[in-house]
Ligand binder design. Structure first.
Ligand SMILES: [Zn+2]
Length: 232
């Protein structure tokens, strides 16, 4: 890492979990006995937009009270230490930007933005008026600007990320189990481009056999240690 000029980082739910944000998977993801897969789909929104919005309002409130953790801040320092840096995140909670990361790409959107179903315009959630459903000035219904199950990820984000990854020196994959596509393909793509790969996770994952190094433990402990070593 000391010789690396161009650093690519992919983060997932594990890094947000350390800020107390419940992950989608497992019993923590339940809300009023609904699982995320019952609510985070276009079909669920078409069927019952009130219910889906109620869930998103609850999650936004939860996230608003969460704070970035040492892992988020270590990534800000890493960005400052490197010549070239890109952070691709699967998280929608805005915590990387809150911590101060600048070059961030969001693979799954952002929970604090809305998108109009009619004209496609994107706005801050703060500008939305709920009565009880938020609508765009054009009259269209607003939805959360996130990627739901069964939906395509933003093409421009993905191509930008891959372009950067192609010529990176090192790729750090942090707090993601490597089962969500297409992010799960990142280690393989990195390896094919000759990029060194480091995984940081609480436990071994399906990508562990592919990466060069797996470091097991909380990202909030490991990332600050790495930054400390790089400073010397
Ligand atoms: Zn509109």
């Amino acid at each position: 890492m000391k010789d690396s000029k161009k650093i690519f980082v992919l983060t997932g739910a594990g890094i947000s979990a350390e800020s107390g944000i419940p992950t989608f998977r497992g019993k923590d993801g339940l809300w009023k006995n609904y699982s995320a897969t019952d609510l985070a789909t276009p079909e669920a929104f078409n069927r019952n937009p009130e219910l889906v919005w109620e869930w998103y309002r609850w999650r936004q409130d939860l996230i608003t009270r969460a704070k970035p953790n040492p892992a988020h801040f270590a990534l800000v320092e890493l960005e400052n230490l490197s010549e070239s840096f890109l952070l691709l995140t699967q998280n929608v909670d805005n915590l990387h930007q809150c911590a101060g990361s600048k070059n961030v790409l969001e693979l799954h959107g952002n929970i604090f933005r809305t998108r109009c179903l009619k004209c496609g315009s994107i706005d801050k959630i703060d500008n939305a008026v709920f009565k009880p459903l938020p609508h765009c000035p054009c009259g269209g219904l607003l939805r959360p600007d996130v990627v739901w199950f069964g939906e395509a990820i933003p093409y421009d984000v993905w191509t930008k990320a891959l372009k950067f990854l192609n010529s990176a020196d090192v790729a750090i994959i942090c707090g993601t189990s490597g089962v969500v596509w297409p992010a799960a393909a990142i280690p393989e793509i990195a390896k094919n481009c000759g990029v060194k790969t480091i995984e940081i996770n609480l436990e071994l994952t399906p990508i562990s056999p592919i990466v060069d190094i797996s470091i097991l433990g909380p990202a909030g402990k490991i990332l600050p240690e790495i930054v400390k070593l790089l400073r010397h």
